[in-house]
Design a protein around this ligand. Structure first.
Ligand code: BF8
Length: 647
């Protein structure tokens, strides 16, 4: 795929890719091409490296070996490989949640930090109402003062990770019927760390050989992420950093500014990027920036940490996953500061082609030879200030002749949470999901869809996300988005209220115009997929749309996924009763017909949700809409009120 139009539909991306080609700088697309043809055994999930009798591989044509040296067959090997990915994905989200809970405990310990100028730049409790609500859920007296409440809550949250028995507290947020299904299947998650460890144990040599059991264990582990680690990350970030409210922002590489010191935050944990927002406004550093000849300091984000600072502060988003190298190739980035997850190892080499300094901040994610300024919540402001200063001082090293910032930038509205949905649809004083449920019941809205996940050079960048989402809203499906998928659609102008008139069907248009929302709602980062779970539970509680999430006229999709985290998200959606389509390519399970059939057909009778794999956006939209229409029928609702809007 040498041609830039085949690589991405995004004009800014195409422009910088041309620059990369002209300057002989390799990007992920080139490296991906160099990998072709990729290993067929790996693609089918038929390669086993679990023990040192291997690596073993199964002949997919049925002529050679049909088992590994130990006797494991294709079913066991593919299911085991898949389950391991689920464990890894859950560990990433949940470890993030743990760090946030730990930050809450530091706040409650009074580990405050005051920087020398006397301004307090510590973290604090920003959303006391949410703190109280969580306290009640965890059986803590919510009349106590906020520090005591936070102390007890952080202790209980951290115990959720090490819990050995019982049930994770947030699973009680699910509809009663869903909780019963989990109990009956024995997949109610007990403790977050326990589920990850136990799943890894069951996938080691000579333990679980029953593919159905392996997949069920995978679901229990994934639930410990969706209704555990990720949900803790989301809710506690809201408590500490403030709950998002709808906010306008800008997106795409055009948000980088020629005459400013540009700093890109990239990664996932907003405790770092939040402090960077403050440090970039430090008067001392602004003065220094002016002295260096810059007009000011411009902060922008990549990947999920971008979503976090966007929805709380309106900080612009420079791009999604596949644009991380491109931000540097504009030649205008002084520092890219990273923490954890989705950070390409190649950044070091790309940064070395420019003056850009790559700075790592987490002891969990280091690069050999790259500047490491370790961040922890106790020294948060000092650390980020040091990094911002490094950027300001690096401004003079920029080669102006090599700067090429694409003009593309787009407006968007982000910051929709389950609480905000209550308020905008039901009014501030009558917070309720009733109008949303009524809209679905009447057929003005056909249903709901969650479209989430990454980019992948396997597919034309952003094409699947945007084509699918346009097709869904054209059929009056309200789309909820997170992660890099939300950034993709934002770049194409789908996350502004005006998009309703341009792209949505009549029913969705009427609703968007009445309440002033876009037809595509940005709910945040990938851990914020937990917001989709709680919103779905609220819709059920509101009544009229069945008793369980699996009854809802709703579907999910990860069109351009690449991360193991996306598989875990898919697993907890399906385990929560959602029909979920994966694009790009199937999980590496196609080497076993039994495993693939179980995921796509067998699971529906077990959890009420199921997987589907499809590599075409319009076909995917059709599958999701057919599922939504079937659920409407099962609920004995009238068909959708309007025919689809203009294509
Ligand atoms: O955690 S969508 S590429 S940034 S994994 Fe990574 Fe995928 Fe982006 Fe958000 Ni989620």
């Amino acid at each position: 795929m040498g041609n830039v139009e085949q690589r991405s539909i995004d004009k800014a991306t195409q422009e910088v890719l041309k620059k990369a080609q002209a300057e002989n700088i390799n990007t992920v697309w080139d490296r991906f091409d160099q990998q072709q043809p990729q290993c067929g055994f790996g693609q089918l999930g038929l390669c086993c490296t679990v023990c040192n009798m291997g690596p073993c591989r199964i002949d997919p044509f049925g002529e050679g070996a049909q088992t590994g040296a130990c006797g494991a067959n294709a079913d066991t090997i593919t299911a085991r490989n898949l389950a391991r990915k689920v464990a890894v994905g859950a560990s990433a989200h949940s470890d993030h949640g743990r760090d946030v809970a730990h930050t809450l405990s530091l706040i409650s310990d009074g580990a405050k930090h005051t920087h020398k100028g006397g301004h307090s730049h510590s973290y604090e409790i920003s959303d006391v109402e949410k703190l109280k609500a969580l306290a009640v859920e965890f059986g803590i007296d919510s009349t106590k003062n906020k520090d005591e409440m936070a102390k007890e809550l952080s202790k209980k949250l951290l115990e959720e990770f090490g819990r050995q028995q019982g049930e994770l507290t947030f699973t009680k947020r699910a509809p009663k019927k869903r909780q019963e299904i989990w109990k009956k299947l024995g997949i109610t998650p007990r403790g977050i760390d326990r589920e990850v460890v136990e799943l890894l144990h069951t996938t080691t040599m000579g333990v679980d050989n029953d593919y159905k059991n392996l997949i069920q264990s995978g679901m229990r582990c994934a639930l410990s992420d969706g209704w555990g680690g990720s949900m803790i990350a989301t809710d506690v970030q809201d408590i500490i950093l403030g709950s998002p409210q709808p906010i306008r922002g800008k997106v795409n590489l055009g948000v980088l500014k020629e005459n400013y010191v540009n700093i890109v935050v990239h990664g996932h944990e907003p405790v770092l990027s939040e402090m960077a927002v403050k440090a970039a406004q430090d008067p001392e550093l602004l003065k220094l920036a002016k002295k260096m000849g810059a007009e000011g300091i411009n902060l922008a984000g990549i990947c999920c940490t971008a979503n976090e600072v966007l929805m709380r502060h309106g900080i612009p988003v420079a791009g999604n996953f596949l644009q991380q190298e491109l931000a540097i190739i504009t030649g205008a980035v002084e520092v890219m500061m990273v923490d954890v997850q989705c950070i390409m190892p190649a950044l070091q080499e790309v940064a070395a082609c420019f003056h850009t300094k790559l700075v790592t901040t987490s002891p969990k994610a280091r690069f050999p030879g790259v500047t490491h300024i370790e961040f922890n919540p106790e020294n948060a402001y000092e650390t980020t200030k040091q990094i911002v200063k490094l950027a300001v001082e690096n401004f003079s090293a920029r080669n102006k002749e090599r700067v090429n910032i694409p003009a593309e930038e787009m407006d968007l509205v982000a910051g929709f949470t389950k609480e905000v949905v209550f308020q905008i649809l039901g009014g501030k004083y009558r917070a309720t999901y009733r109008p949303l449920n009524e809209a679905i019941i009447s057929g003005r809205l056909r249903g709901l869809a969650g479209v989430v996940g990454c980019n992948n050079p396997r597919q034309t960048h952003d094409y699947f996300h945007t084509t699918l989402v346009k097709e869904l809203i054209r059929h009056d499906v309200l789309v909820l988005q997170t992660g890099c998928s939300a950034i993709a659609c934002a770049k194409q102008g789908l996350l502004i209220p005006e998009a309703a008139k341009l792209y949505a069907g009549q029913g969705l248009q009427e609703i968007c115009e009445a309440v002033g929302i876009p037809p595509v709602l940005h709910l945040g980062s990938c851990v914020d997929n937990s917001r989709i779970l709680t919103a779905a539970s609220h819709v059920i509680t509101e009544g009229g749309l069945g008793e369980d999430i699996s009854d809802l006229p709703a579907a999910g999709c990860a069109p351009e996924w690449m991360s193991e985290k996306a598989i875990t998200i898919g697993f907890y959606f399906v385990a929560s009763g959602v029909y979920t389509v994966f694009g790009a390519s199937p999980f590496a399970t196609m080497g076993s017909k039994n495993v693939t059939d179980y995921l796509t057909k067998g699971l529906e009778g077990v959890t009420g949700g199921s997987f589907e794999f499809c590599d075409d956006p319009i076909k995917t939209a059709k599958l999701m809409i057919a599922h939504i229409d079937k659920k409407r029928q099962d609920l004995k609702l009238k068909p959708a009120m309007y025919e689809a809007g203009k294509a």
